[in-house]
Design a protein around this ligand. Structure first.
Ligand code: AMP
Ligand code: MG
Length: 419
């Protein structure tokens, strides 16, 4: 049994970022930038009005003074108007500031009478003017390599005239849920059977990482079926198998993988829940040891090594208990996916929180406590057992307690969040 840190670094060492590609801004959401981007334009790109009103020369204005309106400048092409003392140009939000003007008077602050306005306020230079470059200077970094692209990121890129962006690759993934007891939601349950909840769980967690599963299939605890399902699944960069990685006679995943010449690199990690976690790699198209492998199949390049074809598939075997599957996905699968996608930060976001009750870990593995983070307070929620899906569904944060660690009520701890 190895530590979480060892497991994580072994997994990450096994892969590298996928080839970068250009995508439209629309398709870039939740991808990771593969390059540093710098501002092509200052923001704002020209001095403009922050209000609907009148562009004026501040030094010629005083409360109750009158100005002559000499023209109009809406947002759009610059009409190149010029304002002099005692003059005003009718102006609208976002319109270029006329030459000579250095302030805007809001339309609510004037009384208009034909081509004249009376000022109801004093005016200072710079009032309601958005100066060129006050938000962003030309050449300033706007997006760093490895940063996640969000709605506001694509907006900023668009404001700079970028139609597309170079991002990291997107891994393909398949999910297999193993278990004779599993029934698809919507179908009839027989005694002893349960609904398969890990299929949708893992599919949803993949989606949250920006990956659409190419297949999500259920497989009975049967060697032949499992072998066939794995053969289909390894056409992807990642294969995620739920259940069947424990020590029971019906836990056939390891055997099925070995029969396909998989390299089992990790089995069992010191983490609670999630101890039976398995990680391995398998060459795509590798036949069983009884048939002779071709040259192509013998290539050893690892998944995500920046090639168009990916001869090796990384296999994650997650324990079937839903909370174990959830925790091991977040701690081991998520960072692997993010690394393949070119992310810099592979960690879950962490926030400080006040612990509602005292907690001690007397066990021999670090324990991830599911809890509710609300108003900066973390309260453990539900049964802290690996099958307890309801508690997990109410939780929005994880607290990791190291072996032998004791935490007191009221203590400030860091908790991981994922939604
Ligand atoms: P296993 O890891 O296959 O030994 O399964 C451990 C526990 O998780 C058992 O109680 C299973 O019934 C349950 N389990 C396995 N797979 C799933 C699944 N896809 N959805 C819900 N529960 C599951
Ligand atoms: Mg099982």
């Amino acid at each position: 049994m190895i530590s979480e840190d060892e497991a994580r670094s072994q997994i990450l060492d096994r892969l590298s970022p996928l080839d970068k590609r250009a995508v439209s801004l629309t398709d870039a959401i939740d991808c990771f930038s593969a390059e540093d981007y710098f501002a092509r334009l200052p923001l704002p790109a020209f001095d403009n009005s922050a209000m609907d009103g009148y562009a004026v020369v501040a030094s010629s204005c005083k409360k109750n003074g009158r100005l002559c309106v000499i023209g109009e400048q809406p947002a759009g092409p610059d009409r190149k108007l010029r304002v002099r003392d005692s003059e005003a140009v009718r102006i609208f939000t976002g319109a270029a500031l006329p030459q000579g003007a250095d302030a805007i008077v809001m339309q609510e602050d004037v009384t208009r009478d034909g081509t004249e306005i009376t000022l109801n306020v004093d005016v200072d230079g710079g009032d309601f003017v958005r100066r060129r470059g006050c938000d962003l200077a030309e050449g300033q970094m706007i997006l760093a390599r490895g940063e996640r692209i969000r709605a506001s990121t694509v907006a900023l890129l668009a404001s700079q005239g970028f139609a597309d962006v170079i991002v990291g690759g997107k891994p393909t993934a398949a999910v297999i849920s193993t278990g004779d007891e599993l029934v698809k939601p919507g179908e009839q349950l027989q005694p002893g059977e349960i609904y398969d909840s890990n299929s949708v769980l893992l599919n949803a967690l993949l989606l949250r990482c920006g990956v659409n599963a190419t297949a999500v299939e259920h497989c009975p605890d049967d060697r032949q079926s499992l072998g066939d399902a794995v053969k289909r699944g390894i056409k992807n960069h990642l294969l995620i198998i739920s259940g069947g990685v424990s020590v029971g006679e019906h836990d056939l995943v390891k055997e099925a993988l070995r029969e396909l010449s998989a390299k089992i690199e990790i089995w069992r990690v010191a983490v609670k829940p999630g101890k039976p976690f398995l990680f391995g790699s398998i060459q795509q198209g590798t036949p069983s040891p009884h048939s002779s492998p071709s040259g192509r199949e013998r290539r050893t390049r690892s998944a995500g090594e920046g090639s168009a074809t990916t001869p090796t598939c990384l296999v994650f075997g997650l324990p079937g208990n839903p909370v174990s599957a959830f925790v091991t996905f977040l701690q081991f699968v998520r960072p692997a996916i993010l690394r393949m996608m070119g992310a810099t930060n592979l960690d879950l976001p962490e926030v400080p929180a006040k612990l509602a009750i005292g907690l001690t870990n007397d066990g021999d593995r670090p324990h991830y406590i599911r809890g509710k983070l609300e108003h900066e307070k973390f309260t453990p929620i539900g049964r802290q057992e690996s099958h307890a899906l309801f508690g997990l569904s109410q939780a929005n944060a994880l607290l990791r307690i190291a072996v032998g660690q004791s935490l007191e009520a009221g203590e400030i701890v860091n908790v991981q969040i994922w939604d």
